[in-house]
Design a protein around this ligand. Structure first.
Ligand code: PLP
Length: 236
């Protein structure tokens, strides 16, 4: 197929995969260690399915309502991770639809995921969200809580801790962002050391449209891209 026939979304997906590969190789990493997530807030199912058809096998939703409205229209060959603020009373709607919850930001939420997953006999992969820049407006655990929380998560039989997620500070300079990503990489090492029998702790979800190549060079295993694939968001 000639490039002209590819949709804009398909071209963006292709570019993103290429950029990820280049950044990985430059950092001496294997590109296959890194997954591209298409972040789908405000995006129509048609466009989302174009991204899936172009090789993107991971979607990120951050609103329960939107996930429920669009879910039936998704090509089910892609996995879905939940990446947004999650109220405990909404957990029940999504546990059967997502394969990972990346935004666990309180023990109360972890408890509710445990309770709901126990009911349906599922073990949910989870990431702890880290408020790496210590921003007032953001959820997530502070970096010094993370190790302790990771040990508590061990007690939940229906949760499987896979690693950490963060959203960089909006508007930060490159060097500041790089330091946050580096700090995240060290935190992942810290929780691995504390949970040495958990071979599943190997996921670092960080980097968005504006900084995913930097995130790859600092060790990201999932980069979450919205605007870079689908264009600017239109909120209605
Ligand atoms: C919207 C969003 C993204 C993607 O942001 P872009 O700048 O559009 O790439 C990534 N992660 C989370 C948690 C988001 O809410």
């Amino acid at each position: 197929m000639s490039e002209k026939l590819l949709t804009e979304t398909a071209l963006n997906v292709k570019d993103a995969f290429e950029n990820i590969s280049k950044a990985a190789e430059k950092a001496g990493r294997n590109p296959s260690e890194i997954r591209l997530m298409a972040v789908t807030k405000t995006v129509t199912p048609e466009k989302i399915n174009e991204a899936i058809k172009s090789g993107c096998d991971l979607l990120g939703e951050n609103r329960v309502q939107e996930l429920l409205e669009k879910y039936e229209f998704y090509d089910k060959s892609a996995e879905i991770h939940f990446i947004g603020r999650l109220q405990t009373n909404k957990v029940k709607y999504i546990v059967d639809k997502v394969s990972m919850i990346e935004s666990v930001d309180s023990l109360k939420l972890a408890e509710e995921i445990e309770r709901r997953c126990a009911k349906i006999g599922k073990v949910m992969d989870v990431l702890l969200e880290v408020n790496i820049a210590g921003e007032e407006s953001k959820g997530g655990f502070s970096p010094d809580e993370v190790v302790e929380i990771s040990e508590k998560i061990k007690e939940f039989p229906h949760l499987r801790l896979r690693g950490l997620m963060t959203i960089g500070r909006f508007g930060a300079e490159i060097e500041e962002t790089r330091q946050y990503f580096e700090k995240m990489r060290h935190l992942l090492v810290d929780i691995k050391k504390k949970n040495i029998y958990n071979i599943y702790i190997n996921v670092l979800s960080m980097g968005m449209s504006s900084d995913y190549e930097l995130a790859v060079s600092e060790g990201a295993t999932i980069v979450r891209i919205g605007r870079g694939l689908f264009g600017e968001r239109k909120y209605v």
